[in-house]
Design a protein around this ligand. Structure first.
Ligand SMILES: Cc1cc2nc3c(=O)[nH]c(=O)nc-3n(C[C@H](O)[C@H](O)[C@H](O)COP(=O)(O)OP(=O)(O)OC[C@H]3O[C@@H](n4cnc5c(N)ncnc54)[C@H](O)[C@@H]3O)c2cc1C
Length: 430
């Protein structure tokens, strides 16, 4: 029995691992030159370690990915507690406030003591409460205003929601907020040599077990052939060929799965699944001899005037010695498909945001090196009421054609931990 997995991200690799253990013949087809998908990275010549195209870490309670690392013999996961903070405008100045612990909230200057108490109590409730159906009946905005109050919404959350979700900010379900607070740990983990190394290591383990991993091979179409399937693929060389399968697990984003499967998937299914909305992720990676953030790893930009969503000083988490001594920082956005940001080059974005970075760190000097600009479609699914109405099962109307992708980690936000969980769960179904 041959199972072909479409996509060599963490979900695809984990699905392959589980199916190999069950004795299936398994082939993974990946369009890029290396496995890893959204968690993948690159390495410059003078670096010892690879760097993710988008910032990545795991939480201390990400038990699925930690268990998988152990199972495949990867012993390079290390944990530490870097600083997380929010940028706020106080008077005419921008200030960085730590938001690592409930005590930090008590020190925020913009909030009255009563608001601090309400915010602290609500966060403690979200941290301890199980998932409640109520969280799907209201939006995050309504929930925050009702429990923490208008003042906390305005000063603490509004910009974070607007910058992360744009026009969808008002519609994001409270279940999203519950999952984010519930899951966050101040202690974060990172694999030695980077996430790309981890994924490549994983792929080598798969090959040792007899799995075929075809990289640089793009899936163009899938159709039924007899009792199984024929998959049309295109190699980087332009060569096209057909791969046969008895069963398929597609871990491609839904819009791509629907496109490649359009000949066989019923119109009704395509119509329903196409209703999902997504944002693009844009990450600009900047390097330099100086840090943009002195000692903070993760900065939520809560100040409206600064047109950046998040600034992640990677080298306040992972030593710069792995990157030839250079300080590395991500500037991050989520945007709609028609955003101007998607039309700009890394250099254009870097020069437009430099004056704002200087407001955050007045001693910052040019030049900053544009290391890479990464733009990813389908990166952030929109979890609103419409999203809940769409079927999220692994099975499709086509027997033996399964789907597993980051839209299915709800109520938890996409993450490598949930990619591993998806791979574990879908392989049970297969
Ligand atoms: C900005 C951002 C930050 C993130 N930060 C974190 C973090 O800090 N920690 C964390 O754990 N997770 C993080 N994640 C999420 C994490 O990267 C993903 O949840 C996880 O990697 C998803 O894995 P996947 O295999 O489901 O999907 P993907 O990684 O998207 O894998 C799908 C694969 O399919 C391939 N593919 C697409 N089309 C075709 C085709 N036609 N033919 C063949 N192959 C194709 C793609 O190249 C890709 O490799 C982040 C994601 C983003 C966008």
């Amino acid at each position: 029995m041959k199972v072909v997995i479409l996509g060599g991200g963490v979900t695809g690799l984990t699905t392959a691992w589980n199916l190999l253990k069950k004795g299936y013949e398994v082939v993974v087809i990946e369009g890029e030159e290396s496995v890893g998908g959204l968690a993948g990275g690159f390495r410059e010549e003078r670096w010892d370690w690879a760097l993710e195209r988008t910032y990545h870490h795991i939480f201390a309670n990400d038990k699925e990915v930690i268990a998988l690392a152990k199972e495949i013999g990867f012993d390079g996961l290390h944990f530490k507690r870097p600083k997380t903070a929010s940028l706020m405008k106080v008077g005419d100045n921008y200030r960085i406030f730590p938001v690592d612990s409930p005590i930090d909230f008590l020190l925020l200057p913009q909030l009255s003591p009563f608001s601090k108490l309400r915010a602290g109590a609500t966060l403690a409730f979200l941290k301890t409460a199980p998932f409640l159906p109520f969280f799907e009946k209201t939006t995050s905005v309504k929930f925050i205003k009702k429990t923490m109050g208008e003042e906390v919404w305005k000063n603490l959350w509004e910009q974070l929601f607007r910058k992360k979700f744009g026009k969808y900010a008002e519609y994001i379900l409270a279940s999203f907020m519950w999952a984010r607070i519930k899951k966050r740990t101040p202690v974060l983990g990172y694999p030695d040599n980077g996430f790309q190394y981890f994924c490549t290591f994983f792929s080598e383990k798969l090959k040792e077990k007899g799995c075929v991993v075809e990289v640089g091979t793009r899936v163009m179409g899938v159709d039924r052939r007899g009792s199984g399937f024929a998959i049309l693929v295109s190699k980087k060389t332009g060569e096209q060929l057909e791969i046969n399968a008895d069963k398929i697990v597609s871990t491609l984003p839904f819009p791509i799965t629907l496109h490649v499967g359009k000949k066989m998937l019923p119109q009704k299914y395509i119509y329903q699944q196409s209703k999902r909305e997504y944002l693009w992720a844009v990450n600009l990676i900047l390097g330099g001899s100086e840090k943009i953030l002195k000692d903070t790893y993760w900065l939520n930009v809560g100040a409206k005037e600064i047109p950046i969503m998040g600034i992640i000083q990677h080298t306040n988490f992972v030593s710069r010695s792995h990157y030839g001594g250079e300080e590395i920082c991500y500037c991050a956005w989520y945007v709609e498909g028609d955003s101007d940001l998607l039309k700009k080059s890394g250099e254009e974005i870097a020069s437009s945001i430099f004056p704002y970075l200087q407001k955050i760190n007045p001693s910052l000097r040019k030049p900053l090196r544009v290391i890479r600009l990464f733009k990813a479609p389908f990166a952030q699914p929109i979890c609103d009421r419409e999203f809940l109405k769409i079927e999220r099962g692994f099975e499709t109307p086509i027997k033996n054609f399964f789907v597993a992708n980051l839209d299915m980690t709800y109520p938890f936000d996409r993450g490598t931990n949930y990619a591993v969980k998806l791979g574990n769960d879908v392989s049970q179904m297969v």
